[in-house]
Write a protein that binds this ligand. Structure first.
Ligand SMILES: [Zn+2]
Ligand SMILES: [Zn+2]
Length: 286
């Protein structure tokens, strides 16, 4: 079943790649235990089980606004050689789900990347006769300069060649564009720098007919971080900066009453951030 939400005149659709449930929280949050998660019963059942084990989803988001169609964070992809076994040389039916949701590859005008980790760029390319070729051939693929540099430096060919297999072929095909971390993308789409998880990380605000939405990327990974914003995720590059960014963005999401879509949230991934003392709670919408 395809999940979608309306924000003003814009439709936001989730295209699922993978969802894993019942993960011990310390796998992502070294400071947390299942008992710590279980202290937040509002997480059950969408985001955690009763024992305090958590879920993680990998999904892309399609934004339809008038004549423009924008894809955000194209997941892990198929056939990619990755060090994490559950991302390595996969064959998910992602493109079938993308088509079932009513989209075709050629209709994507723009691809936005919150950052360039392996689970946010993968479907930018796919394997054809042994070569990585761009998937969205009519799209401008947006990158920030800092993030591109970070991804290129982290590249370790043969093990985690994210830049080589998922970014370089897009640039070589002339489909890339470097944008500022606070770029106005027009028609109510606006990037905001959300540094910390990675150096050039951005999040995407959507505004239409007086309503707002926020696509998080990885400034938080799980709704429990609304209540525990100090919990660092194992992939956070600069833990202190990531904490400050998380607090700033959660406060902003609550203030603006935006519909926040958590890039890695399971179950019902879109909802509202509500203040609870000096932290927050996430209230999903159906
Ligand atoms: Zn990430
Ligand atoms: Zn991620």
């Amino acid at each position: 079943m395809t999940q979608c939400w309306k924000v003003g005149d814009v439709t936001i659709t989730s295209v699922l790649e993978d969802e894993t449930l019942h993960i011990p929280p310390e796998f992502f949050f070294p400071d947390a235990t299942a008992a710590d998660v279980a202290r937040h019963p509002w997480l059950v059942p969408d985001f955690a089980d009763e024992n305090g084990n958590i879920g993680l989803r990998v999904q892309a988001v399609v934004i339809e606004q008038g004549s423009r169609t924008v894809l955000v964070d194209p997941c892990v992809g198929n056939d990619k050689k990755r060090s994490l076994p559950f991302w390595n040389e996969m064959s998910w039916p992602f493109l079938e789900r993308f088509a079932d949701a009513g989209f075709d590859l050629a209709s994507i005008d723009m691809v936005v990347h919150t950052h360039l980790h392996a689970d946010h760029v993968g479907w930018g390319t796919h394997l054809v006769d042994g070569d990585w070729v761009p998937t969205f051939t009519n799209a401008r693929h947006l990158y920030t300069a800092r993030e591109l540099e970070f991804c290129r430096e982290q590249g370790d060919p043969g093990v985690e060649a994210v830049y080589a297999d998922s970014v370089a072929p897009v640039i070589a095909a002339g489909l890339s564009e470097i944008v500022d971390e606070d770029a106005d993308l027009g028609d109510g789409l606006q990037l905001e720098p959300t540094t910390g998880h990675t150096p050039g990380h951005v999040s995407l605000w959507i505004e239409s007919a007086g309503e707002r939405a926020l696509i998080t990327g990885d400034f938080l990974h799980h709704p429990v971080q609304c209540a525990e914003p100090q919990w660092a995720e194992m992939g956070d590059y600069d833990v202190e900066q990531a904490r400050a960014t998380r607090r700033r963005m959660l406060a902003r999401a609550a203030e603006t009453e935006a519909l926040m879509l958590g890039t890695h949230f399971t179950g019902s991934p879109a909802g509202h951030v509500v203040a609870a003392g000096d932290v927050w709670r996430f209230v999903p919408v159906g």
